[in-house]
Design a protein around this ligand. Structure first.
Ligand code: NAP
Length: 306
């Protein structure tokens, strides 16, 4: 079968469209015929050699797919290490979820990881509801576009940041009450919860936005590694920081993640949220798709179609 192989870290041209053996399912696994594979920013970081827990190379990237198992339309999360950028992938049976009837495969490959990364922090870690303000960084991106919708669903006022006017418009279209460029955002918004997938100086500046008892949830470092944090000003201002990493939660609290999956799928089926597919590429053009994300030109999710 065809798949996209990464033999060595490097630029997008390292992604090689190649013939590989069909996956052989182990006990408890099923083979998904992939109809769409979602690209996550972590895949870009692995390809660049910047991910803290890299898989062994060579590898097939891709930790989120939609496709078919014996004629059933499903979404699925291949185990850590990936395998999704392929015509077929073996997946733990417990990580296979029916695809809502009205959804396309492209939407199905754009849903689980981003919405779990928005839903679990905003419902299990921070207090979000009527009267609270949530600041979502990179609001037009994958996680950001999910978090804006989740924040609105939970009744919060949502402020989003992004790097261009076009992306701010996308964030507003998703329901953000206000959308700001990164320059000086900390002077323009007061927040109870910040969902930060950007890191670097955006993370550091986010603390200045917090109301008393507010928290920053750190979920990613697309814009740069985190700066060291001194607890003294956090104590002095009654604010906090939380960290979220879905991969480890899936291993250590699978039942919590399964509950969250059921909750977000129900929200989608009720029409309260919907994944944003920003671009679709043939599987053979995975490098072009990575380039779009790396150069910060993508909105929503970018999807590969075998
Ligand atoms: N902790 C977890 O469990 C978990 C789960 C899923 C994802 N994540 C993390 O969450 C982040 C978002 O993931 P995603 O897949 O949804 O990606 P994404 O948001 O679609 O893409 C990354 C976004 O980060 C922003 N960005 C800021 N500085 C950037 C830079 N120097 N280069 C590229 N982008 C930059 C861009 O938006 P602007 O141009 O508007 O700034 C871009 O849209 C990633 O860091 C990812 O690793 C974490």
């Amino acid at each position: 079968m065809k798949a996209v192989l990464l033999r060595e870290p490097g630029g997008p041209e390292r992604l090689e469209y190649a013939d590989v053996p069909e996956p052989e399912p182990r006990d408890g696994e099923v083979v998904v015929r992939v109809r769409a594979a979602g690209i996550n920013f972590a895949d870009v970081l692995v390809r660049q050699g910047r991910y803290p827990q890299p898989p062994e190379l060579p590898t097939v990237l891709g930790s989120e797919v939609a496709g078919e198992v014996d004629g059933r339309r499903v979404m699925a999360l291949p185990r850590a290490g990936g395998g999704g950028y392929a015509e077929a992938v073996a997946v733990d049976d417990a990580l296979v979820v029916p695809l809502p009837e009205s959804a396309t495969f492209e939407e199905g490959a754009s849903f689980l990881l981003t919405f779990l990364t928005a839903w679990i922090p905003l419902t299990r870690m921070a207090r979000v509801g009527e009267g609270s303000t949530v600041l979502v960084h990179a609001g037009a991106g994958g996680v950001g576009s999910a978090a804006i919708q989740v924040g609105k669903h939970l009744g919060a006022r949502v402020v989003a940041t992004a790097s261009s006017e076009e992306k701010l418009e996308v964030a507003r279209g998703l329901g953000a009450d206000e959308a700001l460029l990164y320059d000086g955002f900390e002077e323009q918004v007061r927040a109870d919860v910040v969902l930060d997938s950007v890191g670097g100086d955006v993370f550091a500046r986010s603390f200045a936005t917090l109301n008393p008892l507010g928290v920053v949830v750190a979920a990613g470092f697309a814009g740069g590694w985190w700066e060291p944090l001194d607890p003294a000003p956090l104590v002095g201002r009654n604010v906090g920081v939380l960290g979220f990493y879905l991969g480890r939660l899936m291993r250590h609290r699978p039942e919590l993640v399964a509950d969250a999956v059921a909750e977000i799928v129900a929200l989608w089926e009720a029409g309260s949220v919907r994944p944003l597919v920003g671009a679709t590429f043939p599987l053979a053009q995975a490098g072009e798709a990575h380039r779009l994300i790396e150069e910060r030109r993508s909105v929503g999710k970018v999807v590969l179609v075998p």
